[in-house]
Design a protein around this ligand. Structure first.
Ligand code: MN
Length: 346
């Protein structure tokens, strides 16, 4: 049992849920013709495996009441910011995705209303229909009391760097709410070298795919077009902070050489967008050196705590993060204040 901290609230910001009905839709997709190989690898496993880990995850994902609250109490988590688990509605056909995003958001909103001091929730959207996604962002903020938008990386192999999706960015910026770009398994045309050696999941494939997605958004000029847009990426920024120097050097070199039509001059360096348009959580990475490096590279105002419940559920990690050699002021930013600010928590 981890006691509450006297100095700060612990707000976990990348915590997953899944309505039971979503698994019914997933079963149909898995049984259908030629299902996505990454989806088969991930959900095909969790939904059928009898391992303790798989059973724990499916049971916890579906709960928005006692099990979750008990686990939060056991690990000293004051509040969860909850989002529809990967790949959410993005694996569905367009019509199902648009309608089920609303079902999932209604369910999450009801849970937030039942437990207003313990839960906050992000808005799931279907990038398959950007206009409907933009409308759902409006509804989520103004009618459902949700905050932030969850996008589980690629949608059927397509990336938000494509301007056809930019209505979603426009709506997020206009509503002053962040987009959390959460991992998905690599798409069909990327997964083979990962899945053949079992590295397609959270161990590595997730990070590579999501880091690529965030970088594509940067190099496509999204933040020149939407300068106030804020995005959140987990897992210590999917390694992008560590790449900053090379990204800056090689982006400039590539622009100058005129090698690709798709790599054009931006108003700022890639690392400037990381510092000005991204927040980074430590989901899945309870590791002091990486947290401090990211605080130094971005700023202490842009690095937040996340547990990644129920995929990663560990009281020891909370205790070790409490014990980081860091000023109390910065620890409070990490665990509490940065989350309150970006998600507008009250
Ligand atoms: Mn996660």
């Amino acid at each position: 049992m981890v006691k509450p901290s006297p100095d700060y609230k612990r707000i976990a910001t990348e915590e997953a849920f899944a309505p039971k009905e979503m698994f019914d839709i997933y079963r149909k997709i898995l049984a259908g013709p030629d299902p996505d190989p990454g989806f088969v690898s991930l959900l095909g496993f969790y939904m059928t495996s009898q391992s303790d880990r798989a059973k724990h995850i499916i049971r916890c994902l579906a709960d928005l009441d006692q099990i979750r609250l008990q686990h939060m109490d056991e690990t000293g988590i004051d509040r969860q910011v909850i989002a529809l688990t990967s790949p959410g509605v993005q694996i569905m056909d367009t019509e199902t995705a648009v309608s089920f995003a609303k079902v999932a958001n209604d369910e999450l909103s009801a849970a937030v209303r039942r437990h207003p001091t313990r839960f906050s929730g992000m808005i799931a959207v279907a990038p398959q229909n950007p206009k409907e996604a933009a409308k759902e962002i409006e509804r989520g903020i103004h009618k459902l009391g949700l905050t932030g938008v969850i996008i589980n990386s690629h949608t059927h192999g397509e990336y938000l760097s494509d301007p056809k999706f930019w209505e979603i960015f426009e709506a997020a910026e206009a509503n002053d709410t962040p987009i959390y770009l959460h991992p998905n398994t690599p798409p069909r045309n990327m997964i083979q070298p990962f899945v053949e050696c079992g590295l397609d999941g959270a161990i590595y494939g997730f990070g590579v795919e999501t880091g690529l997605h965030a970088l594509r958004i940067i190099t496509a000029g999204v933040f020149d077009r939407f300068p106030k847009l804020q995005m959140i990426i987990g897992h210590m920024g999917e390694a992008l902070p560590f790449w900053s120097y090379r990204l800056d050097y090689m982006h400039q070199a590539t622009v100058k050489s005129d090698r690709y039509k798709t790599v054009r001059a931006l108003k700022k360096k890639p690392s400037d967008y990381l510092r000005e348009n991204f927040y980074i959580t430590n989901s899945g990475m309870a590791w002091e050196p990486a947290i401090k490096f990211t605080q130094e590279t971005l700023s202490v105002d842009r690095v937040l705590y996340a547990m990644d419940y129920p995929y990663q559920f560990s009281a020891d990690e909370v205790v070790s993060l409490d014990g980081m050699k860091m000023s109390l002021e910065n620890k409070k930013l990490f665990f509490q204040s940065n989350a309150e600010k970006i998600f507008k928590l009250k």
